[in-house]
Ligand binder design. Structure first.
Ligand code: C5P
Length: 236
C-alpha cells in the first residue's frame, strides 16, 4: 500500500466537510475524523465518507477502563474504519482490551483496522510532564517507554512527532507503524504547532503516514495544496 497522506477534517459539521471535498470529486482520500466532527455528526458521516470511497482514521483517542475501551472498540469496529487509536497512558491491559474489542467487532470478512496509540501529546511540554503529570523522565525517554508498552500490548504503532520517528524506529523496529501530525511545507504557517516538519523530511525520517490539516484545509486552493503536499511526500 502506498504510504498515505491523511487529511485532518478539523471541521465543525458535515456541510463544511462537503464543501471542502467538492474539488476532490472522484478521488479517494485518507481522511482523519476527530472528536469535534464525530461528536457532531456521528457514525452516519463515517458511513457517508466510506461510501464515497475514502479511507478513515477515526481519531478518538480512547482512554478508560479496559472493559469500557473493549466495548467501545467493538462499536467502532463495526464502522469498518481503517485506523483507530487509544492513549498509551491507559496502560497495557487497556490497550490489549482495545485490540480484543476490535477483533470481536470486526466482521469476519473484513480487515482489522490498525490500532495505534498516542504516547505524549505534542502539546505536552517537558515542564507539564514534570510538574503537572509528575513524570520525572525526559519526554523522549517517556515516549520510548510508552512505545515499548504499545508493542507489548500488540498494537500496530503510534501517533508521534516526525522528529521522534528515527528514535522510535531504531528502538522498536521498522514494522512499528508511525503516523505523524505537525507537518508543514516550508512556505506554510506553523500555526500553533511547535515543532513542524516538512513532508519530505518526515519521509526521510521513516514516517509511515503524515497527517496534514490546516496546510490543506485552510489553503486558498485546497486541491492544489493537497497535490503540493503529495508531491513532496512522494519524493521519498
Ligand atoms: O492543522 P494541523 O496540520 O496542525 O492539524 C494536525 C492534526 O493532527 C489535528 O487534527 C490535530 O488534532 C492532530 N494531532 C496533532 N498532534 C498530535 C496528535 C494529533 O496535531 N500529537
Amino acid at each position: 500500500m502506498q504510504q498515505p497522506i491523511i487529511v485532518a477534517l478539523d471541521f465543525p459539521n458535515r456541510e463544511e466537510v462537503k464543501q471542502f471535498l467538492l474539488p476532490f470529486e472522484n478521488q479517494n482520500l485518507f481522511l482523519k475524523v476527530g472528536m469535534e466532527l464525530f461528536y457532531k455528526e456521528g457514525a452516519s458521516l463515517v458511513h457517508d465518507l466510506k461510501s464515497q470511497g475514502h479511507r478513515i482514521f477515526l481519531d478518538l483517542k480512547l482512554h478508560d477502563i479496559p472493559t469500557t475501551v473493549n466495548r467501545a472498540m467493538q462499536q467502532l469496529a463495526s464502522l469498518e474504519v481503517d485506523i483507530v487509536n487509544v492513549h498509551a497512558m491507559g496502560g497495557v491491559e487497556m490497550m490489549k482490551a482495545a485490540k480484543e474489542g476490535l477483533y470481536a467487532g470486526t466482521p469476519s470478512n473484513k480487515e482489522l483496522p490498525k490500532c495505534i496509540a498516542v504516547t505524549q501529546l505534542t502539546s505536552t511540554s517537558e515542564e507539564v510532564l514534570h510538574n503537572e503529570l509528575y513524570i520525572k523522565s525526559t519526554i523522549n525517554d517517556h515516549v520510548l517507554h510508552l512505545c515499548h508498552q504499545v508493542k507489548k500490548a500488540g498494537l500496530d504503532g503510534v501517533v508521534c512527532s516526525a522528529q521522534e520517528v528515527k528514535m522510535i524506529r531504531s528502538e522498536l523496529g521498522t514494522s512499528f507503524y508511525t503516523v505523524t501530525p505537525g507537518i508543514r511545507r516550508s512556505e506554510d504557517a506553523a500555526d500553533d504547532q511547535h515543532r513542524v516538519v516538512t513532508p519530505k523530511l518526515a519521509g526521510e525520517y521513516g514516517a509511515n503516514a503524515i497527517v496534514v490539516g490546516r496546510g490543506i484545509t485552510r489553503a486558498v486552493d485546497p486541491f492544489l495544496a493537497y497535490k503540493q503536499y503529495e508531491n513532496e511526500w512522494r519524493q521519498n
